[in-house]
Ligand binder design. Sequence first.
Ligand code: ADP
Length: 303
Amino acid sequence: MPLLNIKGLRKSYGALEVVAGIDIAVNAGECFGLLGPNGAGKTTTLRLALGLTAPDSGTISLFDLPVPGKAREARIRVGVVPQMDNLDPDFTVRENLMAYGRYFGLKDAETARRIPALLEFAGLEHRADARIDALSGGMKRRLTLARALVNDPDLIFLDEPTTGLDPQARHMIWQRLRELINQGKTLVLTTHFMEEAERLCDRLCIMDRGKIIATGSPRALIEQHIEPEVLEVVGEEVDAWAEQYGRGLCQRLEKTGEMLFCYTRDSRALLEHLKSQSSLRYLHRPASLEDVFLKLTGKELRD
Ligand code: ADP
């Protein structure tokens, strides 16, 4: 039985259908990703799943309990890392954790017992008495993550867990999330970082304009939608080269800005040819989730 089971879910704001009939089933122990461009409906889907927003139609069950009807009961077993850190700036690190424990009805003594392990997990052992505004962005994110674990949840929702972080801080969060996955926790995360989804998620769905346009493991999605090898080619004469040679030497060509993407099942002839083209520079790489994403959602920018 899936821990989270969503069927035929719809939600409109005014004339805009933000969630347009989606099905999602998240199994115990998996890391499931909701990947999509800005405005795709990811955050709204999370809010619906938590019972924070009422659906127009469809059914949601969380730990076998109907949402929103029994959402409060279900949320006892859930941790949430919201998109914006909403730590209390007037409190210290420890006080923030204590306050959150009370929110879940934990006795202070019980929360206090849990705090050392949470601080260690967050790498904040020496910052227990620091005020929130003295923490870096990465530290705040780690504290928000630790706070979501105060009730020892089985399922953790994370809304864009690494948006706004620098690469070091991002890697640190990824490492912590992998620890949680290894402990057997179930994770549902939204992201628009392909690399994040590819590294962490067992399965994911790609959402666009309120609909799910693909679901599967990162590897399966790549195999299903994209040729296995990619050559990214740039240079002044790339357009002429594409017409004269490129088209015949690969399965599919895409141009984004200055960059020509050549998708191929066998790159040997293409590589051989490119070596003789002194005016072109190229990068040879395996196909990634980003290629799938761009193919399915289009290459235009979304604000
Ligand atoms: P994502 O998380 O994928 O970026 P969201 O779920 O946040 O997408 O938003 C999807 C769309 O729904 C956006 O166009 C957003 O402006 C709109 N939207 C979200 N919440 C509300 C709301 N409470 N009222 C009106 N429009 C909303």
